[in-house]
Structures are given as structure tokens and as C-alpha cells.
Design a protein around this ligand. Structure first.
Ligand code: 16G
Ligand code: MG
Length: 570
């Protein structure tokens, strides 16, 4: 393993080892004295309850110190159990600057396993006096060998609160006798990459920033060399970095790939506030460009979110109209390109695209009917899409909001290795595929990596941003939120496309949908906010707006709406 090995200096006197008997035969060695002592320094505000959701824990930064310490403890246990390096990322992604959050990264760079998400919730919510018992319970349930070494890597975003909070994570790791490496400032996908590299003996790449920059840039520059563009088509791109970590890392990286692309950074954190009126989430949800970026007609622009794991593209047409190119269109560009490459190589490898219910109906239709690529739908949240995408030789997954990547099976890598024997044209396609694979971050959706993939494909295909956008026309759609007393009264099935409870809600939605052409609607309880989300699409914006409003009213009536009834108009 590369990099320096860190050891927090918070518990130099943590020498006294207590051995206690737990359950029937599990002998647990934990330094309970040190745990109690240091936990008190990261005390939980009594009564605070948080849940490890789709994006880990997220709330106001001032409420998170105990959570960070405890996630350090949990990460150490997970590392001991898996005998691997695990990661902890301190970030609240696109949330306001005052918030913060934490996510654990499993050994193959993936999201934390579901049973451990539950442990995370229990541990974070245990009152001070119960914390040790919960910790011991987890060790027992998961048969953690506490004698095993633990190694945890830690990264953080640029929020003012992140540095201190990440120190609390490292305190937690240390109290359980674990070691850590503090990467300091990183994008979320960079931390996923580091974890993946460290657990695959360097086969995936070198677990350093330099390693990440070199691997991706080398692949990108190789691909761009194969594009037949003349000098005056020199590629440039405007990037809105949400005033976040993406700006720092892109700036560090740009000279590695500057032969192939020049990036102009906006909202680079030098003045504005993180995620304020900028970033991928703002652009996608308001369907307008970020502040602080001047856009000339037909210029290619993109936005990252606050931790650079999401990306959307956009441009202004000659009439000044704004066009958003979201995750669905990104998935279409990427999967079409990969499918063509596979056809050129002539190998019998399968490709699948994974979306969520939020995918625009036009994208699904285009992929299935025009591109003849099979499309699958999963529940919202990256882990669900990632998991499904692993079933294919090439699995491309994207949420409409811009989270996504592509995964490649070992069968694909084997075929590429054998490509030396192929004829010239096939060999060229195989080489291209090899570089594309290197350019993707297969551990997690990654704004920087996705941006370079997209730029390479556009260059290789000689496509302008408008031509890309014109692949299909999005169906007009509308998203709304409804406040209800308890959003858990809504349960769903069929990848969140149908409501099971409360009774009568799905029937009401069905009746409403019938009134409009090319229409579709669904509702689901949010995993990150205390609201019910409503999505509707139809053949015109007016119809989509009406349908969304009517569905909101049905939710309000049947699912215990609170506050003001949803009003029409947006
Ligand atoms: C989280 C998820 C994202 C999902 C969003 C839905 C990850 C890393 N992030 O941000 O994928 O789209 O939640 O939020 O999984 P919602 O449940 O509030 O609609
Ligand atoms: Mg994010």
C-alpha cells in the first residue's frame, strides 16, 4: 500500500486493555476505557436521531461530531471484518455549505453494504451510555475479529466544517486500534477510486492522486489522438465547479490532459458560496444555467455538484434558449458509442443500460427502439443502479440527475487482451475500448471522469453539443414535493413506479394519467428530505404540469398531507 500511514495522537495513554465476555463465546478485546473517554469528547446531543440514508448521514454540520467519531469506529470494524481497506468520505454533496455528512466506502469502492447501513444508524443514534453496547453488538453480529488490523482511508470536501469532522473520524479509527491514511481534500469518487486501488493490489491503478490523474489523462489523450479533428476544432469546455472540491482537483489535473482539452473553470470557490445558485443540482432542478458563467450560443458547458460525483451538460442555442443535457442523454451517448465499439470488435458481449423511474420516457424509448439496447429500471440511489449494472459485460448506469458511470466485466477485459490477434480494424476498436475502460471510474460515478469520457466520445464521433442533444427530444416533465405527516405511509413497488400504500393512491394516479397523452406519473417518499416526491411527464409542458399537480392533490388527500394544499402553478 502506498502513502504514509497515519496514527492519531489523541489517545497516547490508551494502554489499558479490558477483556470482557460477550454473549456465549465471543471474546471481545476493546479498549473500553479509551472508547468511553474519547466518545465523551465527541458526545452525542441527547435525543438527536439520524438515519444512514442513500447518501449516508447528512445534516447541519454542528450536529455531526459524534456521528463522525462513531463512523470512524464503524469503519475500523468493517475493515477488520473484511480484512480490507475501507473509506470514509466527509461531504454533504450538493447540500448548503452549513451542512455536512459522511459516507462509508466498502472494499471494492462500492457503497456500504445494507446490513452495515443499519449498524451505522444504530451506532449513530445510541445515547452515550449505550454506545459501547451497540458497538459490541455489531462486532458480535458480524463476527468481527477484533484482533485483526484495520486500515481506513479518509477524504473530505471543501466545507469549512469538513477538516475538523474528518479529524473526529480518525479519532474513532484510532480508538479501535486502527490505522488510517488521511487523503485530505478529495472528490467523493476519488476516494472510492483510492479504496478500490488499495484492495486490488494496484491492478486497478495507483492509490494516489497522481495515479488517478495519470491513469485517466493518459487514456483520454490516447483517445483524442484517434479523433480526426483539425487544428481549428481545438476543444474547449466551460465547467461550473459549484464552488466546491471539483475546482481544486480539476485545476490540479488540467495540465495532464491539456493536449486534448482546455477547460475554463467557473464557480471555482474563489468568491462564491458552495452550491449557491450553481452546480449540477441547481442547474438540473431549476433548468437554468448557474450564476457566474457567461455562455455564448452553442458553447459546451457542464456543471459538477459539490463533491464532483454528478455532472450535467448544457448550452444556449442561437436564439438564447437554454438546453439541458442530463444523465439520460449522457447514458445514451455513452451506451450508443460502446455498443458500436462492441459491434466493430464483433464479440458476443452484452450491454445493458440501467435507469431509474426518473429517466425521461423519450430516453428509454430511444435506447430500446432505436439503439436496441436493453434498459432496466431500479430504485433511486446509486447503489441500486450500480448493483444491477454489474450483471452485464458492459453495464452503463445513470440517474437523470447526472450520477453514473459504466462497469466492465472481466470477460470484456479478457477479450481486449486477446485482441492482438484480431484484424487491424477490430484491433483499433479494441484499443479504443481499452482506453475508454481506463477513463471510466468504475468504483463510482465521477464528474471529472464522465466529463472526459463525454469529451472523448464527442471528439471521436465528431458531434457538436446540439447534435448530441438532438438524439431525441425529452418529454416535458414536472417534479413536485408534497408535505405529509409521515412519508412512510407511502410504499412502492416495481422500482418505485407504483404505489402499494396508502390504499387507493395508485388507482387515483392511474385515472389521472389516462387523461393525458404520452403520460406517466409516480410518487415516492424521498430518501433525503421529509417530503413525498411527485414526477409526471406528458406530451406538453402544460399537461405535465397539470398531471403533477393533480397527483400532488391525490397524495395530499390520501397520504395525510399537512400544511397548505398543493396549489396549481409553478
Ligand atoms: C442521494 C443519492 C442519489 C439520489 C438521491 C435521491 C447516492 C450517492 N446519492 O443523493 O443517487 O438520486 O439521493 O434523493 O446514492 P431523494 O430520495 O431525496 O429523491
Ligand atoms: Mg454528490
Amino acid at each position: 500500500m502506498g502513502g504514509e500511514w497515519g496514527q492519531s495522537d489523541i489517545c497516547p495513554e490508551a494502554a489499558q486493555e479490558w477483556t470482557i465476555q460477550v454473549g456465549q463465546d465471543l471474546l471481545v478485546d476493546m479498549d473500553l476505557g479509551a472508547i468511553t473517554k474519547y466518545s465523551a469528547l465527541h458526545a452525542k446531543p441527547s435525543g438527536l436521531v439520524l438515519q444512514y440514508g442513500t447518501a449516508g448521514f447528512r445534516t447541519k454540520a454542528e450536529h455531526l461530531d459524534h456521528v463522525m467519531f462513531r463512523m470512524g469506529l464503524l469503519a475500523a470494524l468493517r475493515s477488520k471484518q473484511t480484512k480490507s481497506t475501507v473509506g470514509v468520505m466527509v461531504t454533504a454533496s450538493h447540500n448548503p455549505e452549513e451542512d455536512n455528512g459522511v459516507k462509508l466506502v466498502d472494499p471494492l469502492g462500492e457503497m456500504l453494504a445494507p446490513s452495515w447501513e443499519e449498524h451505522a444508524t444504530c451506532l449513530a443514534n445510541a445515547e452515550e451510555q449505550d454506545m459501547q453496547r451497540v458497538l459490541i453488538d455489531i462486532s458480535e453480529k458480524e463476527a468481527v475479529n477484533l484482533q485483526q488490523d484495520a486500515f481506513v482511508v479518509v477524504g473530505r470536501d471543501t466545507r469549512p466544517s469538513s477538516e475538523k469532522l474528518s479529524q473526529s473520524v480518525m479519532d474513532g479509527v484510532t480508538v479501535l486500534g486502527g490505522q488510517f491514511h488521511d487523503y485530505g481534500l478529495l472528490t467523493t469518487p476519488q476516494l472510492h477510486y483510492m479504496v478500490y486501488c488499495r484492495n486490488t493490489g494496484g491492478r486497478y491503478g495507483k492509490a494516489t492522486l497522481e495515479g488517478y490523474y495519470q491513469k485517466l489523462s493518459k487514456a483520454f489523450v490516447e483517445l483524442i489522438k484517434q479523433a480526426s479533428c483539425s487544428g481549428d476544432e481545438y476543444r474547449s469546455l466551460k465547467v461550473d465547479c459549484a464552488n466546491g472540491i471539483g475546482a481544486l482537483k480539476l485545476r490540479e489535473m488540467e495540465h495532464y490532459f491539456s493536449q486534448g482539452l482546455s477547460v475554463q473553470l467557473f464557480n471555482d470557490g474563489s468568491k462564491g458560496k458552495l452550491n449557491h445558485l450553481c452546480g449540477a443540482d441547481f442547474v438540473k432542478s431549476h433548468q437554468k444555467p448557474p450564476q457566474g458563467m457567461e455562455i455564448k450560443s452553442n458553447e459546451r458547458c457542464c456543471s459538477f455538484d459539490g463533491d464532483a460525483d454528478r455532472i450535467v451538460y448544457y448550452y444556449h442555442d442561437a436564439d438564447g434558449h437554454f438546453h439541458l443535457i442530463d444523465g439520460d442523454k449522457i447514458a445514451t451517448l455513452i451506451s450508443s458509442f460502446l455498443k458500436e465499439l462492441l459491434m466493430e470488435i464483433g464479440e458476443n458481449l452484452n450491454i445493458g443500460v440501467v435507469q431509474t423511474a426518473y429517466a425521461n420516457g423519450s430516453s428509454t424509448r430511444y435506447l430500446e427502439e432505436v439503439m436496441k439496447v436493453p434498459v432496466y429500471c431500479t430504485k433511486t440511489g446509486v447503489k441500486h443502479l450500480h448493483h444491477k449494472a454489474q450483471e452485464f459485460d458492459i453495464g452503463v448506469y445513470f440517474e437523470a440527475n447526472g450520477h453514473g458511470t459504466a462497469l466492465f466485466s472481466t470477460a470484456v477485459e479478457m477479450k481486449i487482451k486477446q485482441s492482438e490477434q484480431l484484424e487491424e480494424k477490430k484491433r483499433k476498436a479494441a484499443k479504443m475500448l481499452e482506453n475508454i475502460i481506463d477513463l471510466f471510474n468504475q468504483a463510482a460515478g465521477d464528474a471529472i471522469s464522465d466529463m472526459l469520457v463525454i469529451e472523448a466520445i464527442l471528439a471521436l464521433k465528431g458531434l457538436t453539443v446540439q447534435q448530441w442533444d438532438a438524439l431525441y427530444t425529452d418529454l416535458p416533465n414536472r417534479q413536485l414535493k408534497v408535505q405529509v405527516a409521515d412519508r412512510r405511509v407511502i410504499s412502492t413497488t416495481n422500482a418505485e413506479r407504483q404505489a402499494v400504500t396508502p390504499p387507493g393512491l395508485q388507482e387515483a394516479i392511474n385515472d389521472l394519467v389516462k387523461k393525458y397523452k404520452l403520460s406517466r406519473a409516480f410518487v415516492r417518499p424521498s430518501g433525503t428530505e421529509d417530503v413525498v416526491r411527485v414526477y409526471a411527464e406528458a406530451d406538453s409542458q402544460e399537461s405535465a404540469d397539470h398531471l403533477a399537480h393533480e397527483v400532488s392533490l391525490a397524495v395530499f388527500q390520501l397520504a395525510g398531507g399537512i400544511g397548505e394544499r398543493p396549489q396549481p402553478g409553478f
